[in-house]
Design a protein around this ligand. Sequence first.
Ligand SMILES: [Zn+2]
Length: 285
Amino acid sequence: MINLNHNSIKIFEKIILFFSNILNYFMDQNRLRILVYHNVEKKDFKKLYNQFKDLSENWKFITPKQFENHINKKKVLKGRNLLVTFDDGFKSNFYVEKKILNRLGIKAIFFVPSDFIKISSERESQSFIKENILDHVKPRNFKKLRNMSVKDLKMLIKRGHSIGCHTKTHANLAQIKSTFKLKKEIIESSKNLEKLLKINLKHFAFSYGNYKSMSKKSLNIAHKKYDFVYSCLRGNNFYNYKNKLIKRDTVYLDSSNDLLKIFLSGFIDLKYFIQLKRINNNIIK
Ligand SMILES: [Zn+2]
């Protein structure tokens, strides 16, 4: 068996990137991709800053408003466009905004679970993270993890960012059968956020966001309530129309920029094609 050490993975990624770049050359150049980050550890701040700088050479960072206008066909974009999003409402996202996004002039959408951002005690914040957000691996900086507060979110809005709903308790919606409970997670959560933040919410991201976390019922409740519904299935959103599930690229900060470039080239999108087709067929227009 081949033992893939760090260097051979790097070389492997370079080879795949080479082929995806060739393929890229022949593909449609109109792109609209969305990056999704979660908690960002302090040690990765520099890497994230450099990643954005690197990406800005070939991609244009767009604002949430530009994204809305493109999907609504009010003002259609051109070329390669990137939208930045953050899921889960970790306090680190607030510092990323302050230290990185603000410096680079990037405007993002922050998706937060409504119950999480209401927490004001450290102990409660930690137990919410442990019980509801982290699935199995505790990161090394677990003890430092906290939620963003309502005040933090208000500051983000003031600086031109958008807030989206990420359910009430970060539940896996495919596992909830009761319509009442689903509406609590999808609709009541948003009403809560709207009241706290004094804004209208148009964006919703499924927790987990993979194929198995989106049932037909939850998809339809979400699409009825929100203009923009996000998954974590990879793909190009340039030709999306309203009521179609939005695709996003999860970024792993512990892997290389080459891997991210492979994702952005669309090389891996085929893997999600059938899943997306099935999901979009489940949404009642
Ligand atoms: Zn999440």
